[in-house]
Design a protein around this ligand. Sequence first.
Ligand SMILES: [Ca+2]
Ligand SMILES: [Ca+2]
Ligand SMILES: [Ca+2]
Length: 398
Amino acid sequence: MTWVAMTAAAIVLVGLAQLAASCGTGQVVFDEIVDWDNTTVAYPTASRSGTSVALIGDVDGDGTGDAAFGSPLADLSDGSVTIVMLNQDGSANSTSVLSKATSALTTMLSTQAGQFGTSVGGAGDLNGDSVPDLLVGAPVLGATGKVIIIFLTTDAGVSSVTTIENGVGLGLTTLVAGELFGSGLATIKGVSTINYATHALVGIGLASGQDRITTQIYGSILIATLSRVDGSVTAFTLFDHSQSGMAPVTLGSGFGSAIAAGDVRGTGSPLLAVGAPLYDSARGRVFLVDMDWTLMAITGMTIVEEGALGWTPTPALGSLSQIGTGVMLADINADGCVDLALGAPGAEEIGPNYGMLAVLLLNSGPSSIAVEAFTRISYSANPALQSAVTSTVRDVRI
Ligand SMILES: [Ca+2]
Ligand SMILES: [Ca+2]
Ligand SMILES: [Ca+2]
């Protein structure tokens, strides 16, 4: 099993292994670490490379899935995304950088520092040419932020581009200026009402989303159904703080900074994990959001934070840990129960560097969510990482 853990200085693929036991028990151990650094993948400097990452499918058709990572502060915050063709062992075979220097993106990205690459996502092929395509969030591009859908060629070039924004898939005034639309991106699988042969479902974060009644900023998420003919939005729902089920989200929490989806309860229906890393002056937390996908409604929220649900990390993460800057849901230990991983880039550490990745092994059911074991992956806790990890963990994806 391969993870991609992103840091500002290196990109680390971590293979994790564990003997399967009953759900949520046991210990996660490292199986393999593959480090991408500037000798294997060229990063733009001071670009926050690794702010986002996604495994996007097999772009070049060699049988191995490929990856993409964002560098939103590249080129004075115009941003870039690097597509990495992977070898089977997780090493980089070749790379392709998408930025305003890419002709299909020049006009869109040249107008301002839009932080293209703040989020990246893969929803498979969205234009019917069998090549997986790429979604990229640029949360300060234009007044409201945009999600850009990039139709890829097999050499990781761009065949064409479309967007999700006001007037393109959304209503003319769906998004309000300054909401940071595209701060997080997730592909949502397993929703019974979606025909995945013809459509994809994605969750998009608005980390500064406004309550539409009070105009105060809480953070929001937008769920969009995309056509696999041309990537266009065929339906969407915006969950701002004024909507039913959103009351637990607090002011200024950055809700929507990161999103993931997975069938945590084992009911056959995914819930969402939504990061709110600015909660409590940047302590951060994650909301597990139960959804009624037929009604497209939020039915409940479970809060994951230090000290809750049985997660009691030692040493404590501290008051600026920014829990939920990155989130991932996946069955990490292959025991049949979906687990949660969290990036906490400000977590206090023993040693010179802050930041950690928390792996929370869950044992959940239709009416309960419990953390039964947890593992700290960080500079100080894992000597094997010390040669690779020199800065903070932003994001994790499987
Ligand atoms: Ca490939
Ligand atoms: Ca395609
Ligand atoms: Ca599991």
